[in-house]
Design a protein around this ligand. Structure first.
Ligand SMILES: Cc1cc2nc3c(=O)[nH]c(=O)nc-3n(C[C@H](O)[C@H](O)[C@H](O)COP(=O)(O)OP(=O)(O)OC[C@H]3O[C@@H](n4cnc5c(N)ncnc54)[C@H](O)[C@@H]3O)c2cc1C
Length: 490
């Protein structure tokens, strides 16, 4: 068996590799990158051990929730980067864009007939887990699912964490061995493999690879796909190259301002990396490693105290500590929650106190009530909220501080908490480039009390749920220019 960090590998079908198989098949269905990728690394170690070539198939489904022009364009940028990279590396890359639901599974199942081993990615969301389980039902050979999600492997957590504090304590005790076990930055550079396999012509004919035109130049064919056509692409470019540029910029110009200005939408010193993390175009391992290198970090810098303190444990500067708390603690809190709780996007997954207090305040008067259409068009009485919504619609992003306010007001101005939850999911996942991520449901859940504590005094509609107001936000954050910039069209 090739050596690997086994806690990241789930063997979904436990069979020996097929002796007469022609290649190792890696179905890249979430970790959409060729660097810092444990699944690719595992596939390569099988290829080397069995002396077989490697076939990497990246698929883009059309039936995932909120598949639309915006998300497809971002994902295709990533596929274009991967195709370019693979052109001079020793493996075959086959990008496939579904035009009918279910084709992905059909394609992988057909290719698997000639594979020694099949590998795929672990993404802790229902549709993704369901997809790999569906595939498992179609295969008879060995199938492995590999976790490249975060620094802490998802299977390394022994329980569900309900606060950032409790996860921080756990990480402070258990993270070090995983921090020292980073994936290879460029696994393909270090391998010699047998010549690349050709994809059988019958398969190419039935499920043709996305051509260069679709990947890079002409996206007009996306209009023929059964995906959301009313959410246009935005200028932000996807892919590993753009992700790395964003990381370079952040480390060079913004990290040193992170503590001072991260809550200022107008300064916008945050990394902007969430869409790239969402689409698997960059790895949190790479981000952490680059940051730690910049800080001149050594493992002996880690603090000995493991009491869940927010700052000081990593042993780096205050800005880097604050950023790592977001990237590791908060991001992985969401991933772990979704992995452990398949009802992550439903009211039942909220803490009991939050469900109770929301129920207790169900009948409270609500002076402002808006429909999904009014929210979507930014037609509320609150100019700051409308501007935030317009930024989401036009640019596919929303600064974290405003995102919190955005969610809190949807709760306040919806007839029920259930409808508020549905509205937040619909707008966030449809318009945000980083939507449909485990952190979408932790952010939205946070609005409704998840990972938070009860607050007083109780307020109408919110009860003990933390309250935020536009007036207070306007005092803390310079919002005038922001409102002017994102005024809704009348
Ligand atoms: C209502 C609501 C909805 C949200 N929806 C999403 C979403 O769809 N996708 C998404 O990735 N995040 C979501 N978040 C969390 C947060 O707003 C974004 O992760 C953050 O704004 C991304 O910007 P950035 O990459 O510049 O963050 P930075 O400040 O540069 O942080 C670096 C990384 O840390 C992680 N991170 C930062 N803040 C948080 C947070 N509060 N919770 C979890 N992880 C965090 C992200 O992976 C982020 O890319 C949501 C928050 C709220 C309140």
């Amino acid at each position: 068996m090739p050596s690997s960090d086994d806690i990241r590998i789930e063997v979904l079908i436990r069979r020996p590799p097929r002796a007469d198989g022609r290649y190792i098949l890696y179905w890249m269905n979430a970790t959409r990158r060729l660097s810092w990728n444990f699944a690719l690394q595992r596939a390569l170690s099988w290829a080397r051990k069995l002396d077989r070539p490697l076939l990497v198939v990246e698929t883009l489904p059309c039936d995932h929730p909120h598949a639309n022009l915006r998300h497809h364009a971002f994902a295709l940028d990533g596929m274009a980067d991967n195709a370019r990279y693979m052109a001079d590396h020793p493996a075959t890359y086959y990008p496939f864009v579904e035009d009918q639901p279910g084709q992905n599974i059909e394609l992988i199942a057909a290719l698997a007939k000639h594979a020694c081993v099949v590998l795929c990615d672990l993404r802790p969301l229902r549709e993704s887990l369901g997809e790999t389980e569906q595939l498992a039902g179609r295969l008879s050979g060995r199938l492995e699912r590999v976790d490249s999600n975060g620094i802490l492997p998802l299977l390394a957590a022994d329980r569900e964490f309900t606060t950032a504090y409790s996860l921080r304590r756990f990480l402070q005790r258990h993270l070090l061995p995983h921090l020292l076990n980073m994936p290879l930055p460029e696994p393909l550079a270090e391998h010699t493999l047998p010549p690349c396999p050709a994809v059988p012509s019958a398969i190419r004919k039935r499920w043709p690879a996305a051509d260069r035109q679709l990947l890079t130049e002409d996206r007009s064919r996306l209009h023929n796909l059964p995906i959301g056509q009313n959410t246009p692409a935005v200028p932000t470019k996807g892919g590993s190259e753009a992700a790395r540029k964003a990381l370079d910029l952040f480390l060079r110009e913004h990290l040193d301002l992170y503590v001072a200005h991260r809550n200022q939408p107008q300064r916008d010193v945050t990394s902007g990396l969430s869409p790239y993390l969402r689409w698997g175009h960059i790895s949190s391992h790479e981000i952490v490693q680059r940051l730690l290198d910049r800080e001149g970090w050594h493992p002996s810098d880690l603090g000995l105290e493991t009491r869940g303190q927010r700052s000081g444990w990593w042993g780096v500067g205050a800005d880097a500590e604050a950023f790592l708390d977001q990237l590791v603690t908060w991001r992985e809190l969401g991933h772990l929650f979704c992995f452990k709780r398949h009802d992550y996007d439903r009211m039942e997954s909220l803490p009991a106190w939050a469900q109770t207090t929301l129920q207790d305040h169900m009948q409270d008067p609500r002076p402002y009530l808006y429909s999904l259409e009014e929210f979507q068009a930014g037609r509320t009485h609150d100019p700051l909220w409308n501007a935030a919504q317009m930024q989401l619609v036009r640019e596919g992003r929303l600064h974290n501080y405003l995102r919190m306010l955005w969610g809190k007001k949807i709760l306040q101005w919806s007839p029920t908490p259930e409808l508020a939850l549905a509205t937040m999911i619909e707008l966030n996942d449809r318009f945000a480039l980083d939507g449909c991520d485990p952190n979408s449901y932790s952010g939205i859940g946070w609005v409704l009390g998840r990972f938070d504590r009860a607050w007083g005094p109780q307020r109408p509609v919110f009860g003990k749920i933390r309250y935020m107001s536009s007036r207070n936000t306007a005092r803390k954050v310079a919002v005038d220019k922001y409102i002017a910039r994102y005024t809704p069209c009348s």
